[in-house]
Design a protein around this ligand. Structure first.
Ligand code: SF4
Length: 297
């Protein structure tokens, strides 16, 4: 297998009516990563959720990658990222042409492999493999500041992971997270240039009555700056110390009522049945020997 090429080693189609197909791919040095082809009903076309790295170093406690036998292998090169998108796009080309978008929201943290992700993103759009590129990130200070520099490349849309109304709460899920009160002004500055959705995973520890008030107070000054606050049900993964919230409905209702000027949406994960959570498929399927590290990645 030539260097920088990738091949599909496993595909898992979802049960009807969900038309998504999950792929595990392998690089020439046997690093593995996931991509998911997702049916976007309102567009009548497929998108792709793409990994940015083979594994991840962030250690998020809601994520199957953290608890996999090999949590992190290496960054994926721009050519590997592009090659993976090409594989998936080939399968749908006759039906629809370009993917509606490629979202770097799979395994790995896009901001930690940013040079390769941006090069791949430009190629993906330039070669009309996809119409748009989105990025999901824990959005650390330093990376967000780099996005705000003049002439920085920006994806078409972004989603930033909040997951807590204060630093301690956020770090229960993202161990290296920045303080939300200091990073939110930077996120809001990015949101002036591109739409930025805020994601908040609903767990037992961050959906108590006092968390409703704390999150409302944190976000109230940003009304109208971000298009959506997306509340996501927690998809339990093996090894995670987190527990799903027993008061999701009350929490969602309170935020919807109290956050003036915000659109609050609820994303119900289908991953509990289908192993769709970030890194879950890779963690379950892979028993390949650990690859050797490639220089520079
Ligand atoms: S949620 Fe994303 S950033 Fe966090 S450990 Fe999983 S892959 Fe990495």
């Amino acid at each position: 297998m030539p260097e920088n090429s990738v091949e599909v080693i496993s595909t898992v189609p979802s049960k009807a009516p969900d038309r998504s197909i999950k792929y595990v791919l392998k690089t020439s040095d046997r690093a593995t990563f996931e991509a998911v082809q997702l049916w976007e009903g309102e567009h009548g076309a497929y998108s792709v959720c793409m990994s940015a790295q083979a594994g991840c170093r962030q250690g998020c406690t809601h994520c199957a990658t953290t608890f996999a036998a090999t949590p992190f292998v290496r960054n994926l090169s721009a050519e590997e990222l592009t090659s993976a998108v090409e594989h998936l796009q080939e399968g749908v080309r006759s039906q629809q042409g370009p993917l509606v978008w490629v979202d770097f929201a799979g395994v790995g943290e896009a901001s930690a492999n940013w040079a390769h992700v941006t090069t791949a993103a430009r190629t993906i759009v330039g070669r009309e493999l996809a119409q748009q590129v989105k990025v999901t990130s824990i959005a650390p200070h330093a990376w967000v500041r780099s996005l705000l520099k003049p002439n920085s490349w920006l994806p078409d849309r972004l989603m930033f992971s909040l997951h807590g109304a204060n630093l301690a709460q956020r770090r229960m899920i993202i161990p290296r997270a920045d303080d939300p009160s200091t990073v939110l002004p930077l996120w809001a500055a990015v949101a002036e240039m591109r739409p930025v959705v805020l994601n908040y995973v609903l767990c037992e520890h961050n959906t108590r009555p006092e968390d409703e008030a704390a999150l409302t107070e944190l976000l109230a000054p940003y009304a109208g700056r971000f298009p959506i606050l997306r509340l996501s049900s927690f998809n339990p993964v093996q090894g995670s110390p987190l527990r799903p919230s027993v008061r999701e409905e009350e929490f969602i209702a309170a935020l919807t009522r109290d956050l003036d000027g915000w659109t609050v949406s609820h994303h119900l994960s289908h991953g509990r049945e289908t192993a769709a959570a970030c890194g879950q498929l890779r963690a379950q399927i892979l028993d390949l020997p650990t690859p050797s590290r490639r220089p520079g990645l």
